[in-house]
Design a protein around this ligand. Sequence first.
Ligand SMILES: Nc1nc2c(ncn2[C@@H]2O[C@H](COP(=O)(O)OP(=O)(O)OP(=O)(O)O)[C@@H](O)[C@H]2O)c(=O)[nH]1
Ligand SMILES: [Mg+2]
Length: 355
Amino acid sequence: MTTLLILVGGFLGAGKTTLLLSAARLLAARGLKVGIVTNDQGSDLVDTALFGHEQFGVTEVAGGCFCCRFPDLLKALRTLQQTVDPDVILAEPVGSCTDLLATVVRPLRQEAGDRLRIAPLTVLLDPLRDQCRFAAEVDYLFERQLAEADVVVITKQDLQPAGSAARNARSLALRHGADRVYSVSAATGAGVAAWLDFVMTTEGTAERRLDIDYERYAAGEEALGWLNVDGVVTAGRAFSPSNWIRYLLQMLDASLTTQGAEIAHVKVMARTADVVFKAGMTQSCDPIRWDLLPADQQTTRLTFLLNARVQAPPAELESVVRSTLAELSPFPDFEIDFARFDCFQPSAPRPTYRM
Ligand SMILES: Nc1nc2c(ncn2[C@@H]2O[C@H](COP(=O)(O)OP(=O)(O)OP(=O)(O)O)[C@@H](O)[C@H]2O)c(=O)[nH]1
Ligand SMILES: [Mg+2]
């Protein structure tokens, strides 16, 4: 039996995970089994934890994008088919990755075409993203992502339903030649079913040929600092987890802004014994968005995952994060231990296949 694979790309913070969660809930409500594949340059992903928190079967391709880790992607898909036996697999490539038709979709058709039916490639576009804040090489990457989309989905409709940003996003998508443009709010669910019904009932042709300069693509990836931290906070006195997250994000934003380091996406997931919080920011000086905000209960211990993708050299990003976490400790008996602290620059893309 073949499984439908829906691949959803788009720039960092565009709303891929939120849309896939919304789609997964919709599919589950229709009685369909769903599997999810996440992907990142590192490991310890907030996104994987979030899908797992919602009880969806999820596998992670870590340590590089789908194209450079193609055998791992094949393995992840096979594992999902053997364990979850899904009707639909939703896959989220890294937000700085492009050339997906040549390096992921066409190779998958060749290597696993008997097991997979692949939907048209969807690329998300956040109408509120001010791409001018990034260097030209990062903008190139963003623009190449749109240029290969079969379907562009303009996200976050609830934040600016009929504004000029939405109109600009639509004309940008059409200028890049997308066959279809949808507008959705994954937060409210508006428009999600219309997009999902289209990609579920339309076979992707994978015929587009993207004109791409791999040196500029690599320069775009290298302009971004990548940080994944897994830690535990313990305190002698009870503190508020939501305040701790709020201060962490606000202080990071302030320090990064001072250094001229634009945020692409900073996200935190934190757990106490009873509850889970998740919040993030998708540009500098933006409001914090809460994806999970349960009633606050004071705690003396929380575990957290912090993922940051910022236009900054990794050493600078690491230094800002370390000093912010240190400053966040209000009491003398407040401690942060790191199970992992990774900070790096993505290496130049070297796809397994390019067809
Ligand atoms: N209000 C609103 N917020 C949204 C919507 N979609 C996404 N967001 C918020 O935007 C932020 C980024 O969304 P994600 O789904 O994590 O974005 P992503 O593309 O998966 O990000 P990366 O995995 O880092 O590339 C989150 O804090 C979401 O809550 C939406 O439709 N409405
Ligand atoms: Mg994501």
